[in-house]
Ligand binder design. Sequence first.
Ligand SMILES: [Zn+2]
Length: 388
Amino acid sequence: MSDSSPLPITAQDLDLPAFLNELRKWVDIESPTADADAVNRMVDHVETLAKTAGFAVSRAPGTLGRGDILTVRHGPSPNPDQKGILILAHLDTVHPIGTLTGPLPWKEEGSRIYGPGIYDMKSGALMALEALKLARGCGDGPKCPVTILFVADEETGSRASRATTEAEAKNAFCVLVVEPARDGGKVVTARRGSAIYEIAVKGRAAHAGTNSQKGRSAIRAASKLVLQLEDMNDLANGIGVSVGTITGGTTRNTIPAECRFQLDVRLPDAAATEWVIPQIEALQSTEPDIEVQIEGGLTRPAFARSEAGDQLFSYAADMAQSLGYSLIGMSSGGGSDGNFTGALGIPTLDGLGPDGEGAHTHVECIYPQSVAQRTALLANLMLASPSN
Ligand SMILES: [Zn+2]
């Protein structure tokens, strides 16, 4: 596709004031991940909206105490012989109920609109639905099945929805993730994987003054392990190993019997994962009479760059150029459901939601002027076929 070829859908096709009216309703329904009833009120709203728009909608009850999973389809159900486009969105946010009437009310100020979850990712989720409506209304509509998956637990690691996401991805020739754009509207072509661990080091208590030779200091042993772990950091190659919390001991004058710490691990690709994870899980103390207990593991696999992923990015970048803006790709340290599909080797483009800033904070906002052009990009991508 050349830079100048007109695209069937442009930014002018989106009714932005109507979009923002609807977005306000979405933001008004606060939906913190841990409150399944609250998230399900959000699911109710999207379910009604998608049905009213005439899409095929199915809803699966949530598991592990999380909200329900909503699947919205255009066209036949995709299968291995007729693969489709999968759009990933989540309806949960990190903000507890009361954020809207407290620290982060809906506020339109200059070129920004603030609100809980507005950037991560209620705008992106609504953009997906609006883009599908625009694509459907354009000529014969999408040439292959399009599915939007709205999950309810992305912000806590998607343990309840991962299997559904992966099953849908296997019937997709590409995956578009409407997570927020990164600084300056960048899209995400790779994400590091992550692992978390809780490590308990057990020694033996003794009086520090009268009986210290009988003690085995868990803090001393843990300190050596912390340094050993932190030495695995290799920022140049994207490997991050960080001890984020540490607690231990009982009183100043007692040799400490226990020390616990939490470990955050970031991994750029499968090779780094295979190098780092076994070392952590085999961690042992060289100190005598010290026991090390390790709990945790990989939470999201690495979504590394791939040739097919790069092709999807250039295809989208050419489209953005035709819409009058430049799409810039970047690798992100944070995880999303795109990690699951990228790790399966399915071309995945992430960060297609709106531009904005302040995700997960009390200054979370979108730049509404980015919405129409990015919705148009999504809609044009939905008109693609596997041969593109
Ligand atoms: Zn998100």
